[in-house]
Design a protein around this ligand. Structure first.
Ligand SMILES: C[S@@+](CC[C@H](N)C(=O)[O-])C[C@H]1O[C@@H](n2cnc3c(N)ncnc32)[C@H](O)[C@@H]1O
Length: 302
């Protein structure tokens, strides 16, 4: 599935949260005299121009990454044709094709709270659908996928996601009810960037809730306040391990989910954060973990 509804660069570079809009920088889009439609056209042209110049570079980067991995495997005495099979022998392909009744799920539970329909416009809803689809794709590739629940299905979100090809076969639990009615409150941990608690480990008896919201942080702290009102534990991801991380600590739903899914099989937060968060967010830090799975950096709305 395509990584973004918007492509890149768009009016807002979403992974940069509230900073980094093209309007902040000197750009043709900052010209106030342009109408909305003209800005949209210009944005589209910029996006096309970007892909024209960057697509070959990205392809080359992917090729280089793969060669680097092959060399590293050879140096470690491993056989790349076994470790890095392509096509139908690829482990991720095989996992994706597993019949649902043959999947052994991890005991880690994750909820995406989809009760924010009313706070999003159509574009944000589309972006959220893309992000949730990415969560699903990430989960399907795990040997033991996390137990993924979509709760509080808003009508507009539901309409969009159920129209995706094959959605009815997804190995996922969907609920119109709120997570509050589905799980004991003492099990719930709402993930919020503003929490004073830091998530250190994933526990099987907890249910980790991610706010299903694309709002460019317009509703700052909304999930945190909701969790406090409902007397639910909160936790933030330990982004401080990426010491060079830029100011904005608000991640997208799919980035948060990817970090949780990686942490279900690894133990190193730094590695998992680096795999999910675009490098430009921590530019001076040495990225020691190139993501073999990532075709290119994902640009999606926060
Ligand atoms: C795009 S953010 C929503 C931002 C929204 N304005 C808010 O304050 O909740 C989507 C969700 O990802 C999760 N999230 C984002 N950054 C996080 C962080 N640094 N630590 C923990 N969870 C985070 C939260 O569950 C959040 O609701």
């Amino acid at each position: 599935m395509s990584s973004t509804q918007d492509g890149y660069p768009s009016g807002r570079n979403p992974d940069e949260g509230e900073e980094g809009t093209l309007c902040d920088r000197e750009s043709p889009l900052s010209a106030k005299r342009l109408s909305k439609a003209e800005k949209k056209q210009l944005r589209q042209a910029l996006r096309e121009a970007h892909w024209k110049t960057h697509a070959p570079k990205e392809r080359e980067n992917r090729r280089r990454n793969r060669s680097a991995r092959i060399s590293a495997m050879k140096a470690a005495g491993k056989d790349p044709s076994v470790e890095l099979p392509t096509g139908k022998k690829n482990i991720f392909y095989l996992r994706k094709k597993r019949p649902v009744d043959q999947i052994v799920f991890s005991n880690i539970r994750v909820v995406i709270d989809l009760s924010f329909d009313h706070l999003m416009n159509d574009r944000a809803i589309n972006s959220l659908v893309t992000q949730v689809s990415q969560c699903y794709a990430t989960n399907r590739k795990l040997e033991c996928p996390l137990q993924l629940h979509l709760t509080g299905f808003g009508q507009r979100f539901q309409q969009k996601i159920t129209s995706l090809d094959g959605f009815e076969k997804w190995a996922i639990k969907t609920h119109s009810e709120s997570y509050l009615d589905l799980f004991p409150r003492s099990d719930l941990v709402y993930l919020c960037d503003g929490s004073e608690n830091v998530l250190r480990t994933l526990e099987a008896d907890k249910v980790y809730v991610i706010g299903g919201l694309v709002d460019h942080n317009q509703h700052k702290g909304i999930c945190y306040n909701l969790a406090l009102e409902n007397h639910i534990e909160t936790a933030r991801l330990p982004l401080e391990v990426l010491s060079e991380m830029k100011a904005c600590k608000v991640l997208t739903v799919n980035q948060v989910f990817q970090i949780l899914s990686d942490m279900s099989v690894k133990t190193d937060w730094k590695e998992c954060l680096q795999l999910a968060i675009p490098k430009r967010k921590y530019p001076n830090s040495v990225q020691s973990y190139p993501n073999p799975e990532k075709k290119s950096e994902v640009h999606v709305d926060t």
